[in-house]
Design a protein around this ligand. Structure first.
Ligand code: ADP
Ligand code: MG
Length: 766
């Protein structure tokens, strides 16, 4: 029954419902009535022009705007008599419109594919600013992110291009997942026949919620794939023949949408009384509520289309091999004059913003430094504003606010990430220059002191950038070999001194726990967050248990368990979401578990939460263990000690002039010679020409090949030469690059003399 909604082209007939007869009579009435009315009225006024709108699914809230335009007389005022036809099995909406049986239709972003197949459709308005297609996973199935899908059973529709693009983007190969054909029955997920399924945000979750079934959702938007959902479209022929009518229909429909989103209850009643929907009022209102987040009536002008978004959709289809490279959208996008002006206005805003950002980024370090502080403060005040807002708007509005807030944080995060990169270079230059020059001046003197302060300030700036980045959830700052037992013991000391008087503490730490590779401060933070949650859940008394053990093949597990209040299915389902909290203002931020989640993910681990109301909660984190013996690196280094204290030929590959001159200055004070190239290509060229450096400092972020492209090529030409990979962000790309190659070390930006010297020493060169 759900097939039609998504796979019109497949034309698969679903089971016909028994209400068909009733509905047929109903729609007959619906067709005849207006026509008779029109006829009766037509004697005095210009006759209304009959047009047909073909929907892509049964009558339901999904099409509310069109019913509202009808009911409110917007169509009639536009001189139109509109027939709204719901989809029946076997109907192809695009074909209906292209053939002229209907003048207008509702379609998805796949309209682009129709156009490529020589069905000349023109998209008039994007009603759903975001696609409703999502993945839904059973909570506790071990799926916490899309990356957990390999080896799991996924029920998925063949035509969910966005989802396949999503998997690809997350590095999940379709072959590693057990794909199951979609039955469109949410029970299959509930009964555990599958672990995950594709779904419509406005549909299946309703049944899952009703069944009080705990689940997690993932949307392609998490990976930056953002399609439009329901779009209003017409044919090229229709637009050419009756441009005024198309314009009038579009305008009246959008007006209808505006009305519908403002009056969901009224529209639900209207749909029930006039259109014979297959589901009840509660379902319609659920749809309406979820649609709010997809249509965003308060934020985006209804129907607004941004050519850049369509280009992004085209690019995604090209990546999937469904559209040819260079596929153009000429003629596909409808451009009413008003729309053109609107786009221009937006463009101007974007350009102004970009110029503003450019000026900011070009500014001196101090400005950037202050800006990072301001950003942090802003984050905090937004958090507070969010808390206040949350109290005010309970229920429907609350959901939307949270979503928008999360999205804002996301963009703030990427903004922070971008600024951080440039800031690191600026700070690096300051730190470099200062640490190179400080020793030219007598200790205790004025200049020496000034340089010392500059160095301290730059180092502090670097730390702030790091915390900004970790807030933006982008990087584990370090990867060291760690004993989690040690981390837990240190933390318990702190806990004992604070909250633990009323809570009994148990520790079961496996003596021979294998070490892991990771960032001690981030992991401390994660465990601390879990302990705080556990203590919060036991206001009177209870037991907090911290457990570690070697787990299965190559994993270690940390469990934080409490005997507290536990969580309901609804809370459990949303507990990992940023900003989700059930605690009072000032008490909870809703960021604790989402931080835990991102920290564990950054360590290639897994989180599992089990909770029972009244019984307690158990959070388990699993991390890949590493082999304890890493002396190999050190012994390897020792053999090079002999060459120490020679002047080294250092090849510095970095596009930033500030970094070039400051690094050169440091290396000079250390007695080494620096050769600089601005990119990987020219570095490879001079090596090809016979240049033999003793060590290479390679920047990660450069135009062209970049660090990622240059490193493997360097390794082929210089198999033995140590490489310091310089980056401000020890993110996944950098870490895997280091792991994949011999003798490559991360050099965290900003670095000064001390850091560079240490790194060269570690390679055996002082
Ligand atoms: P916060 O603690 O700031 O509310 P978290 O992300 O840490 O944010 O947790 C989100 C929500 O999950 C909490 O508000 C609480 O409802 C629930 N929760 C988390 N941990 C526990 C626990 N150990 N016991 C009961 N509920 C918990
Ligand atoms: Mg918390």
């Amino acid at each position: 029954m759900f097939t039609l909604r998504r796979c019109l082209m497949a034309g698969k007939a679903g089971a016909q419902s028994t209400t068909t007869l009733v509905r047929m009579a109903h729609s007959a009435l619906q067709c005849v009535l207006p026509w008779t009315l029109a006829f009766a009225l037509g004697a005095t006024q210009a006759p209304l022009k009959p047009v047909t709108l073909q929907l892509k699914w049964h009558h339901q809230f999904q099409f509310a705007g069109y019913y509202a335009a009808q009911q409110q007389g917007y169509y009639r005022d536009a001189g139109l008599e509109v027939k709204i036809i719901e989809a029946e099995p076997g109907i192809d909406v695009v074909q209906e419109v292209v053939s002229g049986r209907a003048q207008f239709g509702v379609g998805t972003s796949a309209l682009l594919l129709s156009r490529f197949r020589r069905q000349p459709v023109v998209v008039l308005a994007a009603v759903f600013q975001h696609s409703p297609i999502i993945l839904v996973a059973r909570a506790g199935s071990g799926i916490i992110s899309v990356q957990d899908l390999p080896g799991k059973r996924l029920m998925i529709e063949k035509q969910s291009d966005e989802l396949f693009a999503y998997l690809r983007k997350e590095g999940v190969s379709e072959n590693t997942v057990a794909l199951v054909e979609h039955t469109f029955n949410p029970d299959d997920l509930i009964q555990g026949k599958v672990d995950c399924m594709s779904a419509y945000l406005i549909d299946e979750p309703y049944f899952l919620d009703k069944a009080r079934f705990p689940y997690l959702t993932f949307t392609p938007r998490m990976a930056g794939i953002d399609f439009y959902g329901d779009n209003l479209f017409t044919s090229e022929e229709e637009l050419k023949a009756r441009p005024e009518q198309v314009k009038a229909f579009r305008e009246a429909s959008m007006k209808g949408w505006k009305y519908a989103m403002q009056h969901p209850e009224e529209l639900a009643d209207l749909i029930i009384s006039r259109y014979g929907p297959r589901r009840g009022r509660e379902y319609l209102l659920y749809e309406a509520q979820k649609m709010n987040t997809l249509i965003q009536p308060g934020m985006v002008e209804l129907g607004y289309m941004y050519p850049g978004r369509w280009q992004h959709i085209i690019d995604t289809y090209v990546e999937l091999g469904l559209l040819p490279k260079g596929f153009g959208m000429e003629g596909f996008l409808y451009e009413p004059e008003a729309g053109v002006r609107q786009v221009n206005r937006r463009l101007v805003t974007v350009i102004v913003l970009l110029v503003g950002l450019g000026v900011l980024l070009g500014g001196v370090a101090l400005v950037l430094f202050r800006m990072s502080m301001r950003l942090r403060r802003e984050i905090v005040s937004r958090e507070k504003a969010e808390e206040a807002m949350r109290l005010e708007h309970e229920g429907k509005a609350r959901l939307e606010e949270q979503l928008q807030q999360a999205r804002k944080m996301e963009s703030l995060g990427s903004l922070a990430g971008g600024i951080a990169h440039d800031m690191n270079n600026v700070l690096g230059a300051i730190l470099g220059m200062a640490s190179a020059s400080i020793e030219d001046h007598p200790e205790g003197g004025h200049t020496h002191r000034a340089f010392a302060i500059i160095i301290k300030a730059a180092e502090r700036g670097g730390k702030m950038v790091k915390s900004l980045l970790s807030f933006a959830r982008q990087s584990p700052a370090e990867r060291r070999q760690l004993d989690l037992n040690v981390i837990i013991r240190e933390e318990v000391e702190l806990l004992e001194r604070t909250t633990l008087s009323r809570v009994h503490l148990e520790m079961e730490l496996e003596p021979g726990l294998r070490p892991i590779l990771g960032d001690a401060s981030a992991l401390t933070q994660a465990i601390m967050n879990l302990c705080v949650n556990a203590v919060d859940a036991m206001p009177a008394q209870g037991t907090l248990t911290l457990r570690t053990r070697n787990h299965g093949h190559g994993w270690i597990e940390v469990v934080v368990e409490d005997t507290g209040a536990g969580m309901t299915a609804e809370v459990l389902e949303r507990a990992l979401e940023p900003f989700f909290t059930t605690k009072a203002v000032g008490k909870g931020t809703g960021l604790g578990l989402s931080m835990v989640y991102s920290i564990v993910k950054a360590h290639h681990g897994q989180v599992d939460i089990h909770s029972e109301i009244g019984q307690g909660t158990q959070v388990s984190m699993r991390f890949p263990a590493c082999e304890p013996a890493s002396e190999a690196i050190e012994t390897g280094a020792e053999s090079r000690v002999q060459v120490a204290r020679l002047a080294l030929k250092v090849l510095l590959v970095d596009d930033d002039e500030l970094i070039q001159s400051s690094t050169k200055a440091i290396l000079q004070t250390l007695g080494h010679d620096t050769f600089t190239t601005p990119d990987g290509e020219s570095a490879l060229a001079i090596i090809e020409a016979g240049f033999e450096p003793d060590v290479v400092i390679l920047d990660m972020n450069m135009p062209g090949l970049g660090g990622v492209g240059t490193l493997p090529r360097l390794r082929i030409r210089l198999p033995e030469v140590p490489i310091l990979l310089a980056t401000g962000r020890a993110d996944q790309a950098a870490v895997s690059l280091v792991e994949a190659h011999k003798d490559v070390t991360l050099l965290l930006k900003p670095f000064g003399k001390k850091e560079l010297q240490e790194n060269l020493e570690r390679l055996g060169w002082g």
